[in-house]
Structure formats: structure tokens, C-alpha cells
Write a protein that binds this ligand. Structure first.
Ligand SMILES: [Zn+2]
Length: 263
């Protein structure tokens, strides 16, 4: 471990977070969380930093894809949109940060840390790409649970196009893993872990994730105050399990499966 990297880590993380905040991809609290994750990545070595930057910029780009139309489709359903806050960054970046820290603290090369970090990132990328591309081009999705049509943007909704998006997202992370020289085994582990993570995300989203109800509009939503102004009531799922927690759990699942395959 070279010392200049440790010294450079926090300023480098801060610069990236500042750019993301200026580009309105992060809220101020999200930028602080990103600075920590980014700092850990830079400290762990340039491949970690490259993976994180490619993941973040590609996710932000995919999220911008037709943002106006998407907003119209999902405004009354989705809880948060646009800039990511601290909890969202943590939900998507925690396992990757732990893996970077583990790699940093391990004096010998340990592929398990690489697989854990890449798999968690792939799970997050697969979920983001599936959601964004699915909402844009997937038409009316179906619930992964009972296979009935549900509105676009509903948690646990799947479509063929969205699933294709998940494959693209996980493949993209696997490709960058190859580019930074972590090898085919870690790349394959990240791909499989990423897809499994996206599946876990959909399953949890369709079952335990809290679903709220606006009785003025008669629709399901994830917003605590609906866009019509009415306070919503819980109708399904477990009240404290929100989309961020589901993302967090999916990242752990994807990362751990990738770890088992990759080490
Ligand atoms: Zn309403």
C-alpha cells in the first residue's frame, strides 16, 4: 500500500463528490457519503476508483435518459427521484466500501474482497439499469409475484426489456472488472452476483417492501405524502422496509454470492 494514495484518498473522494453534487446527481448529504466511499476506493487502489467512477457516471447517465417522460410516468409512485441522498448512496455503496476497506487492510492479494466489491456494484448497476430502461422502454410491467400487470415504477415489477437492462448493467461492471485487470473469474462472479442481486431486489420489492395507499387518488405509491398533497396510509409489506433498505439487502446478497464464486 503506497502512502501517497492514503494521503490523496480523501481530497480525491471530495473532488468526485463535489462534481456529482454540482451535476445534481447527489444531495449535500449524499455528497458526504460519496466522499467516504470514494475515499476508500482511491485508498484501496486505482482499479477500485475506476470501477466506482464508471459505475456512478453510467448510472447517472442511464437515469437521465428521457428523464422528463419518466418523471411523468412514475411521479405519483416513486418515493425519491433525481439527486441521491446519503441513505441512497450508503444503500448502494456500503458493501463496496467495506470490500475496499478489507482489501486495503489485507497485506496480500485476496480475490474475495475484489469479488465482494464488484458483485455488490454489479447488483446495484443491474437494478438501476433495469429500473430506468424498463420504465422507459418496457411498456406495462408485471409483478414478479403474481404476474399481473402493474404500473411502471412499481417495486417488484419486471419486464423483458427491464431484465435486458439488468443484464447490460451487470455486464458493464463485469467488462470494467476485466479492463482493470481483475481477471475473468472475478468478472464472471460479478456478473452472476449482479443478476442475483437484481432478482433479490425485485423479490423483496414485491413482498416485504412497504407499499402505501393514497385514498384521495385511489392508487398505490411509495410516497409518504402523495403528489396530490394527501398523507398516505400503509397497506402492504413491512412499514420500515423502504426501497433503500431493499437495495442495501440486494447489494449484500449479490456481493456475497459473487464472493463465494470469485474467491
Ligand atoms: Zn393522491
Amino acid at each position: 500500500m503506497s502512502e501517497w494514495r492514503l494521503i490523496a484518498a480523501l481530497p480525491a473522494g471530495a473532488i468526485v463528490a463535489l462534481i456529482a453534487w454540482r451535476a445534481r446527481a447527489l444531495t449535500p448529504s449524499g455528497a458526504v457519503a460519496a466522499m467516504v466511499v470514494g475515499g476508500l476506493a482511491v485508498a484501496a487502489g486505482w482499479p477500485w476508483a475506476v470501477l466506482l467512477v464508471v459505475y456512478f457516471t453510467s448510472s447517472a447517465a442511464v437515469s437521465r435518459l428521457g428523464a422528463a417522460r419518466k418523471e411523468k410516468l412514475t411521479r405519483s409512485i416513486v418515493a425519491k427521484e433525481g439527486a441521491r441522498d446519503a441513505w441512497q448512496v450508503t444503500a448502494n455503496g456500503f458493501v463496496f466500501g467495506v470490500a475496499a476497506l478489507g482489501s486495503l487492510a489485507t497485506p496480500y492479494p485476496e480475490p474475495g474482497w475484489l469479488a465482494l466489491g464488484a458483485g455488490a456494484l454489479a447488483a446495484s448497476a443491474a437494478d438501476t439499469w433495469a429500473t430506468e430502461i424498463g420504465i422507459m422502454y418496457g411498456g406495462t410491467p408485471r409483478s414478479i409475484l403474481h404476474w399481473r400487470p402493474v404500473p411502471a415504477g412499481t417495486s417488484g415489477a419486471v419486464s423483458l426489456v427491464g431484465s435486458g437492462g439488468a443484464v447490460l448493467g451487470a455486464l458493464a461492471v463485469g467488462f470494467v472488472v476485466l479492463l482493470v485487470g481483475w481477471g475473468i473469474r472475478i468478472a464472471a462472479a460479478a456478473l452472476v452476483g449482479g443478476l442475483a442481486g437484481a432478482l433479490v431486489d425485485s423479490l423483496l420489492g414485491a413482498t416485504v417492501q412497504s407499499r402505501l395507499w393514497c385514498d384521495r387518488c385511489g392508487v398505490q405509491t411509495e410516497r409518504e405524502v402523495h403528489d396530490c398533497g394527501r398523507r398516505t396510509e400503509p397497506i402492504r409489506g413491512i412499514p420500515w422496509i423502504d426501497n433503500d433498505l431493499v437495495n442495501f439487502l440486494a447489494g449484500i446478497a449479490g456481493g456475497l454470492l459473487s464472493l463465494v464464486i470469485g474467491r
